[in-house]
Design a protein around this ligand. Sequence first.
Ligand code: BGC
Length: 451
Amino acid sequence: MGFRKDFMWGASTADYQIEGAFNEDGKGLGIWDVLSREKGRIARGETGDKACDHYHRYEEDVSIMKELGLSHYRFSISWPRVLPEGIGKVNEKGLLFYSRLVDKLLDANIQPVVTLYHWNMPYALYRQGGWKNEQSSDWFAYYTRTVVEALGDRVRFYLTFNEPQIFTFLGYDIGLHAPFEQNNDHELLLISKNVLLAHGKALRIIREASKGRAMISFSSTGDCFIPHENTEESILKARNDSLKLRDHFLMSHTWFTDPILFGRFPDGAAERFGDSLFSFSEEEWALVSQPIDFFAYNVYQSSTVFRDGREINEACEYPGCPKTSAGLCVTPEVLYWSAKFWSDRYKKPLLITENGCALNDWICLDGAVHDTQRIDFLSRYLGQLKKAADEGIDIWGYTCWSLLDSFEWASGYDPRHGLVHVDFRTQKRTIKDSGFWYRSLIRQNGDHLLS
Ligand code: BGC
């Protein structure tokens, strides 16, 4: 059976990770622009000031995408580039950049998939409380309208948020990502409430303001456990563990997916928070849980557990087991099981918006980048995705993380995830062996993958 004939073969990026030009053409500052400069926040004191200089090199980057044969490109819009103060006056030059990018993509026969929020809150709004401010969902709605009114005649696919789990948890709970805060449950619940409302308001606006029928979702992430054995009992346990509300509740898929897809809190939320759990009116629940068109998620490895004071990955942990240079275990079956669990639960077609392999690639003596391990990683993971497709699960596509090596948040420019190598001294792009491999895979629609 294999992948659908119109399978979306893409690659992903995010604005702060690649654009650079952080203070050009009227762009405002985002929380990453300002706060990543604080001492000790980012490895080696690196910032995204220049990143891949994609703002100036987007034409070259689209040509590379064309050479790779991508059918879709997932990128995010920089909110402070479009609205320097977060709301109010539009920076026309910023908006024009995205409009040109979209035109270039369409000229190259590549469909844009737009993420509205990949963690880059305008600093001006952050100073007013950011996601803790009751007005934050209206700010986001205003921003969404600005973007969709400009691009909605040409863009069909939208993701409201990238990984609400990660930016709320890393940014506001344990303080590893901007804005590097640690908050109590009361504030974390408030942030969750505002993000859910923001998703709902944005979705309504995208529907209203798009020219054609928009396809809308958000990119979720969180647990996916792999069954230890192929028994019903073991599968059920892995599934239930994947749906459970974690101790770090923000990191659970279901903390965000159950409200959005079912219009209710996940199991365990009422018991855990009692009276402090926020409430939504009937209209607010209806807003938050408007139908999305597909279920999008990001997945890199199967879930880890804490045992004896250590984080271990039961699906893979042994001395010397395969790990990416980001320290994640190579657990390809997670693509099969996540596809099964999420399509069973939410009954939506799936789009894998991120999956990929971090390595410390360099240019070899012959001028090429021989990233054999990434090819092996992707072959294994995509083989498992194909197995899910073979079993009839409706999978719309896969947008590999990432098109380019880029600024990897708190880790700076190390490790590298790209299908395309970037020399950050010269900005020279070199398609890696994995990029050429991905091109031939796309040409064959993944038919030769071993599942
Ligand atoms: C994020 C990306 C990040 C990737 C690899 C995802 O959580 O959405 O921005 O680069 O993981 O770490």
